[in-house]
Design a binder for this molecule. Structure first.
Ligand code: IPE
Ligand code: IPE
Ligand code: MG
Length: 258
C-alpha cells in the first residue's frame, strides 16, 4: 500500500482508493445455517435479516457507496409455498422496520426485479420506501427481489422494442449505453465486487450482464454468520486484485506486468 494513501474511514484498514464503489452480495446459506442447528429454514432467513442490517451498515462505514443484495430470485418462486410466503412476509416486515433507518441515514433504496409478482402489500411497502428515499444520493441500497438476469434482459428487450416501434428510439443495432438504460439497473454502476457466501461457486442468474468486469469473492461462511471480519477479508482480497478491463498490465500502470 503506498504510504501516501489515506485509509477509508472507521478502520476497514484498506486504502480509500482501493475500496470498491459497489459491492453485490449473493446472500446464501440461510437454510443450511438453520438445518445445522435443528431449526426451521425460516429461522435461518430471520437471522439472515440481522446480517443484512450489519453488512449494510459496515459496508457504508467502510466507504462503499452502493450495496446490492440478492434477496429473492425468480427461480426461488419454485420453493415450497410456505417458505415463499414466509419470505414475502419477512420482506414486508423488514422494509417497514428498516425505512426509518434508511431515512435517518439518508440511504436511497432501489429495487431490481419484477415487483409485479410480489404480494400487493409487500410490493406496496417496497414502493413506498423507494419513493420516500429517492432523493438521497450518498448511499444506495439495491435489493434484488424476484430478480433474475435473464428475466431482466427479456423485459429490457421488450421495452426497448416498444420504444423503437413508437419511434422514440432509432431502429438498428443499439449501443450498450442506450440499451442498458432499459435494464433494471439503469443509473446504478456495475458491481465492482460480487461476494457469495456458503461455498457455492455460481452466479445463479444474478447480474449476468453487469458482472462483465466484476471481481468475485467466494467464502464458505453461511450468510447468517457473515461477520464484519468476513467483510474485511473480502475487501482486502479485492484491494489486492488488478483489474484490467481488457488492457495490458502496462497500460493500466502496473510496471510488474507485461
Ligand atoms: C439464501 O439462503 C436466501 C434465499 C435464497 C432466499 P437459502 O435459503 O438459499 O439457504 P440454503 O442455500 O438452502 O442453505
Ligand atoms: C441465489 O441463491 C438466490 C439468492 C441468494 C436470493 P439460491 O440458493 O436460490 O441459488 P441456487 O439454487 O443454490 O443456485
Ligand atoms: Mg441457497
Amino acid at each position: 500500500m503506498p504510504e501516501t494513501s489515506t485509509t477509508a474511514d472507521f478502520s476497514s484498514g484498506i486504502a480509500a482508493d482501493r475500496v470498491p464503489a459497489h459491492v453485490a452480495f449473493i446472500m446464501d446459506g440461510n437454510g443450511r445455517w438453520a438445518k445445522a442447528r435443528g431449526l426451521n429454514r425460516f429461522e435461518g432467513h430471520l437471522r439472515g435479516v440481522k446480517t443484512v442490517m450489519q453488512v449494510v451498515e459496515n459496508s457504508f462505514r467502510f466507504g462503499i457507496k452502493t450495496v446490492t443484495l440478492y434477496a429473492f430470485s425468480t427461480e426461488n418462486q419454485t420453493r415450497p409455498a410456505e417458505e415463499v410466503s414466509a419470505l414475502m412476509k419477512l420482506l414486508k416486515t423488514f422494509i417497514g422496520e428498516y425505512l426509518p433507518e434508511l431515512l435517518k441515514n439518508q440511504i436511497r433504496l432501489r429495487v431490481i426485479g419484477d415487483l409485479s409478482w410480489l404480494p400487493e402489500d409487500a410490493a406496496n411497502s417496497v414502493r413506498e420506501a423507494v419513493s420516500k428515499t429517492e432523493n438521497f444520493s450518498g448511499h444506495t441500497l439495491v435489493v434484488a427481489l424476484n430478480y433474475s438476469a435473464r428475466d431482466e434482459v427479456l423485459r429490457a428487450v421488450s421495452s426497448y422494442a416498444e420504444a423503437v416501434a413508437a419511434g422514440t428510439l432509432p431502429s438498428g443495432k443499439p449501443d450498450w449505453a442506450t440499451f442498458s438504460r432499459y435494464l433494471d439497473t439503469d443509473g446504478i454502476s456495475d458491481p465492482d465486487l460480487i461476494v457469495r457466501t456458503s461455498g457455492e461457486l455460481r452466479l445463479s442468474n444474478f447480474l449476468l450482464l453487469q458482472a462483465a468486469y466484476s471481481e468475485f469473492y467466494f467464502c464458505d461462511t453461511l450468510w447468517p454468520d457473515f461477520s464484519e471480519n468476513d467483510l474485511r477479508k473480502a475487501l482486502a482480497d479485492y484491494a489486492s486484485r488488478e483489474r484490467r478491463f481488457g488492457k495490458t498490465g502496462e497500460q493500466i500502470g502496473n510496471k510488474k506486468s507485461v
